[in-house]
Design a protein around this ligand. Sequence first.
Ligand code: NIG
Ligand code: FE
Length: 410
Amino acid sequence: MEKIVIKNGNIVTMAGFSHGPQKGEEFGKLGLIEDGAIVISDGVIEEVGPTKDIEIPNGAKVFDVKGRLVTPGLIDPHTHLAHFGSREKEYTWRIEGMPYIEILKNGGGILETVRQNRIASEGEIFNQSLENLSRMISFGVTTVESKSGYGLDWETELKQLKTNKRLEQETNIDVVSTFLGAHAIPTEFKEDPEEFVQKVIEMLPKAKEYATYCDVFCEEGVFTPDQSERILLEAKKLGYKVKLHADEIVATGGAQLAAKLGADSADHLLCVDDEGMNMMAEKEVVAVLLPGTSFNLMSDKYAPAQSMIEKQVPIALATDFNPGSCPTENPQLVMTLACLNLKLTPSQALAAFTINAAHSVGMGEKVGSIEEGKQGDVVVFDCPNVDYIPYRFGINHTHSVFKKGKLIWQ
Ligand code: NIG
Ligand code: FE
């Protein structure tokens, strides 16, 4: 049996929320153990408590973290990790004033990445994604959700879905794979979006082997709520769990649809209305908020996080890592943006990237907190306390990263 002990850490456990996400007044509850230790046995957390009370098992490998901050491994629950290429050209266009959705309408944006991915080989997509996943790990990420959606034809979607699978096999990171065949209307279906909706529905059974979730970009000018509902209902019949890109640029009723379908999350939500939030609260749909995207799109609009907290909507945070609207793998920077723009406290931002993020991808019983029986996914930060992470921004605070009890980055 392989045993490791991490001792003398200020441990944020986030314990007690395996049954459901933190929300309302509970949101940001750290479960702090000062000068604590964690015993991990064969990848699973066996014991957590004050260092002085923990007996170090014979033969255990001991890591003395000397008073540093120790947290659950970060979970990035909304990314477009599996892709090839980049779009720095559009960055300049956007600075010059061209709106993001306008670029998409002219065949750029998501469609430009689709073009690059259709040409790329599976190996090229994998290699670039692996490099980017390694960067995520260096920032403390131990579980990541990764969407397809830069193929919009079966051959290319498959390259992305296979990449998700290989990333998980070759890195030991949990990769929650999502089929996002309905990410945009490809140019060849511009005149007949309905036909493309049918194509996506036809891809669903084949994609099921590779994906746990099905997602749709429900947005004005992309997929209507009705089209989104039809795709997601088919997906549910096939055993997918569902989530939704909802109410990002215009309020189209995406949040209501997510609640109606029993989605695990609705993501973006900049324009969500009161009814949408109330319905999400009632059905415990996690709001995955992406302030890095508002920031990078130079929008002054951010999701109404404070109303969500008031209405008991659980909140998670994600990077939205993708080559267009948010090209960063750094959750620590996103925590800063969440504090400054959504007015989350640093503790809430950390809860949103750990226990609540775990629930938003259906992994709340396995990861997201440091408690007995959960996976030994742990990050040590070179920080005296939680507030320090978002406060001292733009740098990497990670000291070391453990995945299933193994040191994977230092
Ligand atoms: O979540 N909103 C749609 N999809 C992505 C953008 C992807 C891209 O620009 O390539 C998002 O922001
Ligand atoms: Fe997205």
